[in-house]
Design a binder for this molecule. Structure first.
Ligand SMILES: Cc1cc2nc3c(=O)[nH]c(=O)nc-3n(C[C@H](O)[C@H](O)[C@H](O)COP(=O)(O)OP(=O)(O)OC[C@H]3O[C@@H](n4cnc5c(N)ncnc54)[C@H](O)[C@@H]3O)c2cc1C
Length: 463
């Protein structure tokens, strides 16, 4: 890399927070997806907002691309540098700055790991609910920038619902603080929300103020076993319109159950579909009442069997098994894609039916998983990318899955983001005028196009 740029970066972050060693450049080139880009020139680990500001001012002056990075657990290539340059890794800005229970908020640096925040909040009886499957490693800055969701979305929403304020470093190095600790505000354009899900393309998030929620005092866990996945999807739709809202309702397909069994020895029943459900409330009676209503609905929809977790250990085992879904399915073949389409929950049976037709038509090896309560469908397709026929079949199936989801009134992504994987599909979901407005916003925040270029299908700046 240019020795002058290297020296200026070292002057900002110190030798210990700069690397152009091959091992760091290679690991900064990947996220958890199959995407590759252009190896960066260097990785820097700033330790303060002031350092981030000086790095951005420098990069903007020299027009060097900058890719912000949290833990690199994204699964759509959003943290993969596409045009080299600087990878700005926020993981050393990992301090919890304030836990303010009297105002029901926390203030954290962007590199704080989700699980560390949960651990710090637990003694206060509070939590940050989204709970992504990658919670042990992903960062709050990454959660904000992808609008991460997770198992609790149907009842507790996604990251967007909890972000009250931000500290953001803009492309030219200026620092701004939209929002604050207020539970409500009607003051001006909502710049906070603009950065939620922006995938680092509008600015670098350095601090986040989050609303926190009380940890539910009581819960009940149950599983419904179905011989037909469409029946399970129909049951989900009926539960969600019945007046009770489970805190979690996960759908697991047969191949996934088999893969979990092979990995854990839990001996889960290998049926066509399992619905794993948690209800919660202030009292056990409240949680049990909701669970009972769900059991009735499962029976009406031909559940072969329904089992309740009779101990906290059994419930914990089930949730640990569920969280191992991606890693165990990733072993099915050399390559995997995880999709993330989401439809209104009443359309889930149509989506499930359409997907199983695609599986047959293109002879796919899949594992099926869904945050079913909010219509978020996560099929994982395993394949060998060195086999051109398999690759072609997978690509056709993915194209058709996106078309189907949009036809059903759905969205390309419920929580993983657009990144590189779905950039080309953006016109399927968004009108030309929406795409034009997104490009205008990108240009306003980053006129030189240096921030995470090439993501979300956002165009390059005009020449
Ligand atoms: C096993 C597994 C399970 C998963 N389960 C879920 C799930 O249940 N729900 C879910 O939503 N996702 C899930 N994911 C995807 C991923 O973990 C989330 O998208 C997570 O929010 C990414 O956080 P990260 O810190 O790893 O961000 P990264 O992957 O490093 O970055 C993601 C994007 O955010 C940008 N970014 C990161 N930090 C900043 C910052 N401080 N400022 C500006 N931009 C920034 C990056 O440029 C990139 O565009 C899963 C991934 C894996 C591997």
């Amino acid at each position: 890399m240019d020795p002058k740029l290297k020296q200026e970066l070292v002057d900002i972050v110190g030798e210990e927070n700069f690397s152009d060693a091959l091992i760091d450049l290679v690991s900064s080139s990947w996220d958890a997806s199959e995407h590759t880009g252009q190896r960066p020139d260097c990785t820097v680990w700033p330790t303060s907002t002031e350092q981030v500001s000086r790095i951005m001012a420098l990069a903007n002056r020299l027009e060097v691309p900058v890719t912000p990075r949290g833990a690199g657990t994204g699964i759509c290539g959003s943290a993969v540098p596409l045009r080299g340059g600087i990878v700005l890794d926020l993981s050393r800005m990992n301090r919890i700055l304030e836990i303010d229970i009297s105002d029901r908020v926390v203030r954290v640096q962007a590199g704080v790991v989700y699980a560390d925040l949960q651990k710090a909040l637990a003694p206060h009886g509070f939590c940050f609910p989204p709970d992504p499957g990658s919670s042990l490693v992903c960062t709050i800055g990454g959660n904000v920038s992808t609008n991460a969701g997770g198992l609790r979305g149907a009842k507790y929403g996604t990251t967007r619902d909890y972000v009250l304020g931000l500290e953001v470093v803009l492309a030219d190095g200026r620092v701004m603080h939209p929002g604050g600790k207020n539970m409500k505000t009607s003051s001006g354009l909502d710049l906070v929300r603009l950065f939620v899900g922006a995938e680092g393309a509008l600015g670098v998030v350095t601090e986040v103020i989050l609303k926190v929620s009380p940890i539910p005092r009581a819960s009940a866990t149950l599983m419904g076993l179905f011989d037909d996945m469409e029946d399970a999807a129909q049951a989900v739709s009926q539960v969600m319109s019945s007046g009770v809202i489970p805190s979690v309702m996960e759908l697991l397909g047969r191949e996934l159950l088999a893969a979990i069994n092979a990995d854990t020895g839990l001996g889960l029943p290998e049926v066509d579909a399992m619905l794993l459900v948690e209800t919660d409330g202030y009292t056990q009676g409240e949680a049990d009442f909701q669970a009972q209503r769900i059991i009735e609905i499962f029976r009406e929809n031909r559940a072969r069997a329904i089992e309740t977790a009779d101990s906290a250990e059994k419930a914990a085992d089930l949730w640990t098994a569920r969280k191992s879904a991606y890693p165990v399915l990733a072993r099915l073949d050399k390559n995997v894609v995880v999709e993330d389409v989401t439809v209104p929950v009443s359309k889930l049976p149509d989506l499930v039916r359409g997907f199983s037709e695609l599986v047959k038509r293109y002879d796919l090896k899949v594992g099926t998983l869904a945050h079913a309560g909010d219509g978020n469908f996560h099929p994982l397709i395993a394949f060998d990318a060195d086999d051109p026929d398999q690759l072609r079949r997978v690509e056709k199936a993915v194209d058709e899955l996106f078309e189907l989801a949009i036809e059903l009134g759905g969205t390309l992504t419920g929580e993983h983001g657009i990144g590189l994987s779905k950039a080309k599909y953006m016109p399927l979901e968004h009108e030309p005028v929406e795409l034009e407005m997104m490009a205008v916003v990108k240009h306003a925040f980053d006129p030189k196009g240096i921030l995470n270029p090439g993501k979300q299908g956002l165009p390059r700046p005009p020449a």
